[in-house]
Ligand binder design. Structure first.
Ligand SMILES: [Zn+2]
Length: 97
């Protein structure tokens, strides 16, 4: 189920993805990192006190709290990533804003 208002670049990201297990979270983080590497999405609101750069997470491992927002460089669609890796959480997810 995808929203209609995404562009062809970010359409794969344009749906909620619940990272309910470490394996799913790892998969999600790698996917986000790859889209950022390709220049399709970029991090926004990086001044937020909870902001955790995806580069750091990939390089140095998970922080207890992961939170970041992204924007598609092509259509301006916004996304949010949040995870509580310390407690584990069924709300860990990638969501379309
Ligand atoms: Zn887009």
């Amino acid at each position: 189920m995808q929203n209609k208002d995404s562009c062809s670049f970010c359409t794969e990201l344009n749906q909620k993805y619940s990272a309910t297990s470490p394996i799913k979270l790892t998969k999600l983080l790698k996917k986000i990192f790859s889209f950022k590497e390709q220049g399709i999405i970029e991090e926004i609101n990086i001044a937020s006190e909870y902001f955790t750069p995806i580069d750091d997470i990939i390089k140095n491992g998970w922080s207890d709290i992961i939170y970041s927002e992204f924007e598609c460089n092509y259509c301006g669609k916004k996304f949010e990533l949040s995870a509580d890796t310390y407690h584990g959480n069924k709300n860990n997810a990638w969501v379309v804003k």
